[in-house]
Design a protein around this ligand. Structure first.
Ligand SMILES: *Cc1c(COP(=O)(O)O)cnc(C)c1O
Length: 428
């Protein structure tokens, strides 16, 4: 396949946009080559500016769980746009999507909408600090919670790929309030809590990590965090920006049976438009302005186009009770297929999978945290990535990313992908 026009467009973009992209993970820095410029997408496929068709395993990094240009979402956005695109005043639509989200997710009474996952996590932490009247937070190395200052400490995929896990521009004052723990290591968390008695407002965690490949929590990890939080007057924040409305109707809270105090959403909840949200039980949410003292706001928050897209997406997921099972089955099928061909070609690998999230690591040891995620062979990954691209398959241009399976993918697409991996892995 040729990517000539994409290369030209990238050269033009580089002149006026830093690195040619508006979000660093889109650049091909970790794998070499130039990013592909998309013209349009439908269902499971991307169509690029060179006229190539690619099977998409990234799906805008998660949101397009039902495939690209999903009809009910497109229709809802078009109809709403005709009525005005932003008012800065309340609309009934906001209550409708809020009520539906609250009905789908366990353990939340109220939800507030923002414009990105970053904003959701940033606001959740401010709320936790205001509510507990404490300053410090614990985050896990390799977990990503958006690009706000408090979180850019060992921040997972994007930041690691670009060699800046701790970004310049974050002040020492801010960094000192973020304590870093190892994913799946409860003892480590216990030690941090002991050393910072009565100072920790919140523990924020991706309850299934998706930004260092896909790393499910070990048995007892989330339960242990819940116990530690309850015992020490710490709020547990589940960052479900990636997992919410993807791994189950009610996200990882439903899947694990562990209750969080605050839950963050993004990606799927916006149906492909810029939306984030955070939610909690009533007494916590009532701590927000205008009811409470913790300030949080947004000119475009609850934007009618974004809410229309999100509502259409959540309704589709809510109405199809078999969806999450169906996605998990497709992902398992892909897993078994990839495993078979990689074994047959004597490739050293580990595959992690849960629900519709899957990642392939080129290392034999179990991948359970940031350190083990970093042991994969990046040279092999580069060949894998570019080989698949030549076969018309798009996976994320970094070994630290999860693949997202969508309902639009057919078993023929999955078979084609497995055959392509067989072909490509013969060249390693
Ligand atoms: C993508 C992501 C975010 C950030 O969301 P943006 O919409 O990119 O700001 C936060 N947390 C997790 C777990 C994510 O995957």
């Amino acid at each position: 396949m040729l990517y000539k026009r994409s290369s030209q467009l990238f050269a033009e973009a580089e002149k006026v946009i830093p690195g040619g992209v508006n979000s660093p993970v889109r650049a091909f820095k970790a794998v070499g080559g130039t990013p592909i410029f998309v013209q349009r997408a439908k269902g499971a496929y991307l169509y690029d500016e060179d006229g190539n068709r690619l099977i998409d395993y990234i799906n805008s990094w998660g949101p397009m769980i039902l495939g690209h240009a999903f009809e009910p979402v497109v229709k809802a956005v078009i109809e709403k746009a005709k009525l005005g695109t932003s008012f800065g005043m309340p609309t009934e639509l906001e209550t409708q999507i809020a009520a539906l989200a609250v009905s789908m997710v366990p353990n939340i009474d109220k939800i507030r909408f923002v414009n990105s996952g970053t904003e959701a996590c940033m606001s959740a932490v401010r709320l936790a600090r205001g509510f507990t009247k404490k300053d410090k937070i614990i985050k896990f190395a390799g977990c990503y919670h958006g690009h706000s200052d408090s979180f850019l400490i060992q921040a997972g995929s994007g930041a690691i790929t670009f060699g800046s896990p701790n970004s310049p521009g974050v002040t020492a004052g801010t960094a000192k309030d973020t304590l870093l723990a190892t994913y799946n290591d409860l003892q480590n968390v216990r030690t941090l809590i002991e050393a910072n008695k009565n100072e920790i407002a919140a523990i924020i965690v991706e309850p299934v990590a998706g930004n260092m490949g896909c790393i499910p929590p070990n048995k007892g990890f989330l339960e242990g965090l819940r116990q530690l939080c309850t015992a020490n007057d710490i709020l547990l924040i589940f960052d479900e920006v990636m997992t919410g409305f993807r791994l189950a109707r009610g996200g990882v809270q439903e899947l694990s049976g562990v209750d969080a105090d605050i839950v963050c959403f993004g990606k799927v909840i916006g149906g492909g438009l810029p939306v984030g949200a955070f939610a909690a039980r009533e007494d916590i949410m009532n701590y927000l302005a205008p009811l409470g003292p913790v300030y949080q706001a947004g000119t475009l928050s609850g934007n009618p186009l974004a809410m229309a897209a999100g509502l259409a997406m959540l309704q589709a997921l809510d109405n199809d009770r078999a969806i999450f099972q169906r996605l998990a089955e497709k992902t398992a099928y892909l897993h078994e297929g990839i495993e078979k061909v990689l074994e047959a070609n004597n490739v050293v690998f580990t595959i992690n999978r849960i629900g519709s999230m899957i990642s392939v690591h080129f290392d034999a040891a179990p991948v359970v945290d940031l350190k083990s995620a970093g042991n994969g062979d990046n040279e092999t990954f580069k060949k894998f990535f570019h080989g698949l691209l030549q076969e018309g398959i798009y996976i994320a241009p970094s070994a630290y990313e999860t693949w997202f399976i969508t309902d639009a993918l057919t078993y023929e697409d999955l078979d084609f992908t497995i055959q392509a991996i067989d072909k490509v892995s013969k060249t390693f």
